[in-house]
Design a binder for this molecule. Structure first.
Ligand code: PMP
Ligand code: GLU
Length: 395
């Protein structure tokens, strides 16, 4: 007997995780794979954070944790938000979850009713639209192509908002494009948002620290909308802790309480040991964050210079995160190495099979015609991957 709910049947598999899995399978079969599909730092978690986790085990942090997270961690996060972002959130407004992914899903499930509209600039990370689907909401996609550096304009935003809009979701620095809204550009969006007091602003700030512009502005720092901004962030990217699964939301108290109620029923508080590690990440030395940021910036320069030499690719100069999102449609309709390339999915499959480089099709980010490469890999790996891609595309 098989009986899968309509809810789950309607969901797409996470394309980033699926492509990464496929790459791992081919590797296990003996192929020399380069995985530029999943986005995660390739660095080890810094030693002082790992030491804190070991201490937590020795000190018997082994019981259920409070549903919203240890108070000491929520205080550390409140301090981080104040010191780094200049925003005031009480620890009670901060809910710790199993990764930023759960924090985002909590907020969407806690606020979106069937039919409610969520405005999402695209390209956007694979999971937003699926989470909105889970809540039976309606995603309203606002496209921003490479010609506008993948950033929506205030006019586009205003045109997308209707009486049914409950949420606008902004991710800067962006996955999958690496685009970063400047403070002025955010101000211009805020000038629109301030006219719609019924709209919650969900700001995904997970790539805050992987930013090459020299400054980061949190959407929660704009007083015009501060009382209805929910910030999502976490330790995955900044501290190379993707596997530890700690993220958080900082939100108006009513929403933080709703998120806590929700996770009290389906996950409980997140891992005790990982929370103690996250606390050490936020309270400990921050040099490691800057060292990793510099490495990402150097790799950005490298991959952009190589990608610009690929015939037919259009590339921008991403200002953050660790993704490149080239426009590749000039290859559609061509036959490469005997295979017809109809779309970005075909191109990714061709690169996987022919170049043994895993990437993700732009369609997964609601933007066909593009592919995403994660450059969270060593300089040598990036050079090798781009050489293989260039060679495969020349066939
Ligand atoms: N938001 C964006 C834009 C991401 O790229 C990711 C990475 N998967 C997440 C949220 C979730 O991160 P986490 O590992 O903390 O769940
Ligand atoms: N954020 C990463 C990515 O986009 C991790 C995978 C995921 O959770 O989607 O590749």
């Amino acid at each position: 007997m098989q009986h899968i709910s309509n809810r789950v049947q309607s969901l797409a598999q996470s394309a980033t995780l699926a492509m990464s899995q496929k790459s791992a399978e081919l590797k296990a079969q003996g192929y020399d794979m380069i995985n530029l599909s999943v986005g995660e730092p390739d660095f080890d978690t810094p030693a002082h954070i790992k030491a804190a986790a070991c201490r937590a085990i020795d000190e018997n942090y082994s019981r259920y944790t409070p549903v919203p997270g240890y108070m000491s961690l929520r205080q550390a996060i409140a301090k981080k938000l104040k010191d780094e972002n200049g925003v005031d959130f009480a620890p009670e407004q901060i809910i710790v979850s199993g990764g930023a992914k759960q924090s985002l899903c909590n907020i969407i499930l806690a606020t979106i009713n069937p039919g409610d509209e969520v405005v999402i600039p695209v390209p956007a990370w694979v999971s937003y639209v699926e989470m909105v689907k889970l809540a039976e909401g309606k995603s309203v996609l606002v496209p921003a192509s490479i010609e506008q550096d993948f950033k929506v304009t205030p006019d586009q935003l205003r045109a997308a908002i209707t009486d049914r809009t409950r949420m606008v979701l902004i991710c800067s620095p962006s996955n999958p494009t690496g685009s970063v809204y400047t403070r002025d550009e955010l101000q211009a969006l805020v000038d629109v948002l301030k006219d719609y007091p019924q709209v919650l602003v969900l700001s995904d700030e997970i790539y805050e620290h992987i930013n090459f512009t020299g400054s980061f502005t949190s959407l929660a720092s704009f007083p015009e909308i501060a009382d209805r901004v929910a910030v999502v962030n976490g330790v995955s990217k900044a501290y190379a802790m993707t596997g530890w699964r700690i993220g958080f939301c900082a939100a108006p108290l009513w929403l933080a309480k709703a998120c806590s109620k929700l996770q009290s029923q389906y996950t409980s508080g997140s891992s005790s040991i990982a929370q103690k590690a996250a606390e050490a990440a936020y309270l400990g030395p921050q040099e490691c964050v800057e060292e990793m940021r510099q490495a990402f910036e150097r790799r950005r320069d490298l991959i952009v210079s190589l990608a610009k030499q690929v015939p037919g690719w259009k590339v921008n100069n991403p200002q953050g995160a660790f993704y490149l999102f080239p426009e590749v449609s000039s290859y559609f309709g061509k036959t490469l190495g005997g295979k017809e390339i109809r779309d970005a999915g075909d191109l990714c499959m061709y690169l996987l099979e022919e170049a043994h480089v895993a990437t993700v099709a732009g369609d997964a980010f609601c933007m066909p015609g593009y592919i995403r490469l994660s450059y969270a890999a060593s300089d040598d790996t990036i050079r090798q991957a781009m050489a293989r891609i260039t060679e495969a595309l020349s066939k």
